[in-house]
Design a protein around this ligand. Structure first.
Ligand SMILES: Cc1ncc(COP(=O)(O)O)c(C=O)c1O
Length: 370
């Protein structure tokens, strides 16, 4: 039994670590009183672009808007098909639907839990416009293969980097491979704001300009509207928080990786853990295992005072809202199996080795490996 409740994220311990810097940054934003398009937004856009190795970064209101506006800005239109994964948060597919584009789901690679590039090509039709990989739980999708397919078939690529800030493959950060990347700074993310926030990143000048216009009611000059846009902006107070956290992100990601390695060592072959491809740097937004008796494990953890979460119990293609696409159970067997088996255990930069040991012992004593 854990003495203190172990949650998935631990903002209290985070505040004990960097709360002083955060409060100072928020106070400075309050002093300036420029909450929309304030100086901290510009600073964060500049710092994030530098960190990720991209030319442009555009702050928006949340990760869902980042996906939606990026799809529009790179040129995805009504009637286009977008090949993506159904093993993701619903917003990935939802953003396609906002535009009237059709999400077409490829099954996953069971080990990495990411879209399987070997299944993409046979889904390409005359209507296919883009590929939308998700770096699930912070593990980079196979961007080398995906970019090769995109180049061969002249397709756009939007990376869903909602869970992968700072993740790398062969030294390149997620978000820097595709035509654009969409990031969420939802508070639970590995780089989380203290409210909703998001960002589009791209090396494409035209897409960057369009995306900024879309996020500002279709104007580049205030009150002169060149097209119908949206109101989707990152605010100065969230940017203040994010600037502070960006200074610590390498340490946070290193800690997450260390904790994940500790879990993996403890768990041995008691459960199957998400597997990281050899050339990838996983940032463990979530630490996710596969078990056969998920409900039992959840209960045992809860009884011992530890949280756990199921991301995601229903894959996108089987969601009621996506019924119109005509998918049925059995269409994506590995995605569906994963949705029944996955369990994410608490991971954050502050969980202690002792807590990991206790959680691992409970999982080992109850779990039936998938
Ligand atoms: C994979 C994925 N895509 C998109 C989103 C949407 O981000 P937001 O909640 O900031 O709109 C999230 C997070 O919630 C996510 O995990």
């Amino acid at each position: 039994m854990l003495r203190e409740r172990v949650n998935m994220i631990d903002i209290k311990r985070e505040l004990a670590d960097i709360g002083g810097e955060i409060k100072e940054a928020i106070a400075a934003s309050l002093e300036d009183t420029i909450f929309i398009k304030g100086p901290r937004v510009k600073e964060f856009e500049k710092n994030a672009a530098l960190f990720l190795g991209v030319k442009h970064a555009i702050g928006v209101a949340n990760g869902t808007d980042a996906l939606h506006l990026a799809l529009r800005a790179i040129g995805v239109r009504e009637g286009d098909e977008v090949i993506t994964t159904a093993f993701t948060f619903f917003a990935t597919a939802e953003a396609c639907a906002y535009i009237g584009a059709k999400p077409v789901f490829a099954d996953i690679d069971i080990d990495s839990m990411n879209i399987n590039p070997a299944l993409i090509e046979k889904l390409i039709t005359k209507k296919t416009k883009a590929i939308l990989p998700v770096h699930i739980f912070g593990c980079p999708a196979d961007m080398t293969s995906i970019m090769n397919i995109a180049e061969k078939h002249k397709l756009l690529v939007l990376e869903d980097c909602a869970q992968s800030f700072g993740a790398l493959t062969d030294g390149i950060k997620t978000g820097a491979f595709g035509t654009a990347g969409a990031i969420s700074f939802y508070p639970t993310k590995n780089l989380g704001a203290y409210g909703d926030a998001g960002m589009v990143v791209t090396n494409d000048d035209t897409a960057a300009e369009l995306c900024r216009k879309y996020s500002e009611h279709g104007c580049s000059e205030r009150y002169y509207h060149e097209m119908i846009g949206y109101n989707s902006r990152l605010d100065d107070i969230q940017a203040a928080v994010l600037n502070v956290k960006l200074r610590h992100i390498d340490r946070f990601n290193t800690e997450r990786r260390r904790k994940a390695a500790h879990y993996i060592k403890n768990l041995g072959d008691a459960v199957l853990c998400q597997r990281t491809p050899g050339n990838a740097y996983h940032v463990y937004h979530q630490f996710t295992v596969r078990v056969k008796n998920r409900e039992e494990v959840i209960k045992a953890l809860s009884d011992a005072n530890a949280a756990s979460s199921v991301f995601y119990p229903v894959p996108c293609h089987l969601q009621n809202a996506m019924k119109y696409l005509g998918y049925k159970k059995g269409d994506l067997p590995l995605t569906e199996m994963l949705s029944e088996q996955v369990l994410s255990l608490p991971i954050n930069p502050y969980i202690t080795d002792g807590e990991i040991n206790e959680i691992s012992n409970i999982v080992k004593s109850v779990a039936e490996s998938a």
